[in-house]
Design a protein around this ligand. Structure first.
Ligand code: PHE
Length: 346
């Protein structure tokens, strides 16, 4: 009995002097003194050896000891969880916790710039699936069955368990969204469609097996090539400034007729010739044309009543040029030393 009382006193001293630097130490305290195999429980277990006439007195001592340990535990808990010390108040001299600021990805910045220019002209943003079927990526866009662009060299085909005869693939361009929007059957359409596309190409500093495009589509009565040119002139002025010159070169896309590619005077050298423009003074920025009547028919739109234009441009190249980045792979490596450089950019 005497021995037990002494033991309790020793534990009390220990408990009084206990300080916890963190929540882990608080938990250690709980396990040691209040846990199922802890000090309080084990002393409680001694009760059975106490003579009957002393049981009441000893019971009181034990209860006090238990309360003492529990109160200490509560106070350790509240001070370690960062609660305000009610005696001394908060320590206002402590440094604040830094809040790390994130940044937008340069591809996102460039996409937003492009998209917002067209939004101001009334184009509505939409997106489509990256895993697409043959119809939306190729067939409906007037790419016949043996067109070279369907070659396995360029397209990633996807084996889908529920494919059931459908050729699933990773879309090779954002033109699939044109088809999906036209199939909705609501006219007129004036849309801008940003997204990621995939092509089976060797990854290098200049090209990647996935990249980003922005697609534009306008379908209405009496839409002409002149409308297309005016819209793109506006875009170029907003994007690259008033002094930039533009030229259209005849081109070929199965889904547009006539088709063109648009160049702007090199925004690095201003047209005098440099490495970026391969000394030509011009940089190609997009493909475009009048939507092919077959494409309209494939989407159940009457080509004798409606006409339209479409254009598509890459996001990576203008982003590389604008930010002076020399390796396209940096965009997808998630290196924070690269990404942090865009903190605060909009
Ligand atoms: N889809 C074409 C490409 O990926 C770009 C384009 C879109 C051309 C719309 C004309 C009209 O190269």
């Amino acid at each position: 009995m005497e021995q037990l009382l002494e033991q309790i006193e020793t534990y009390k001293k220990e408990i009084r002097g206990f300080s916890a630097a963190d929540t882990k130490a608080v938990e250690e305290f709980r396990i040691k003194y209040l846990g199922t195999k802890g000090v309080v429980k084990s002393i409680m277990g001694e009760m059975k050896n106490v003579p009957v006439d002393k049981k009441k007195e000893f019971g009181q001592v034990l209860n006090d000891f238990k309360t003492f340990a529990e109160e200490k535990f509560e106070s350790l808990k509240s001070s370690s969880s960062g609660q305000v010390d009610t005696v001394n108040g908060p320590d206002l001299s402590l440094p604040g916790d830094p809040v790390a600021l994130g940044s937008r990805h340069p591809i996102t910045l460039m996409r937003n710039r492009i998209v917002s220019i067209f939004q101001r002209l009334g184009f509505a943003v939409a997106e489509g699936p990256e895993i697409e079927d043959d119809w939306h990526n190729f067939t409906a866009l007037n790419l016949h069955e043996h067109h070279p662009a369907r070659d396995m060299q360029d397209t990633f085909y996807v084996q889908h368990p529920s494919a059931g005869g459908v050729d699933w693939l990773l879309r090779t361009h954002t033109s699939n969204v044109q088809i999906r929007e036209m199939e909705k059957g609501k006219l007129p359409i004036r849309g801008i469609y940003p997204g990621r596309v995939y092509r089976n190409e060797t990854v290098s500093a200049r090209s990647h097996c996935f990249f980003h495009q922005v697609e534009g589509l306008y379908i209405d009565e009496n839409v002409s090539f002149a409308d297309l040119k005016q819209t793109l002139y506006f875009f170029v002025r907003e994007m690259y400034g008033k002094d930039v010159k533009v030229r259209f070169r005849p081109s070929y896309f199965p889904f547009t007729e006539p088709s063109a590619e648009m160049d702007v005077t090199c925004f690095i050298c201003g047209g005098t010739g440099c490495n970026i423009c391969k000394k030509t003074g011009w940089v190609e920025i997009l493909g475009c044309g009048m939507v092919h009547p077959n494409v309209l028919l494939n989407c159940k739109i009457d080509p004798s009543k409606y006409t339209g234009y479409a254009f598509g441009m890459g996001i990576e190249r203008p982003a590389l040029l604008k930010y002076g980045i020399n390796d396209i792979r940096l965009f997808s490596e998630n290196d924070v030393r690269f990404l942090n450089q865009f903190t605060g950019a909009i």
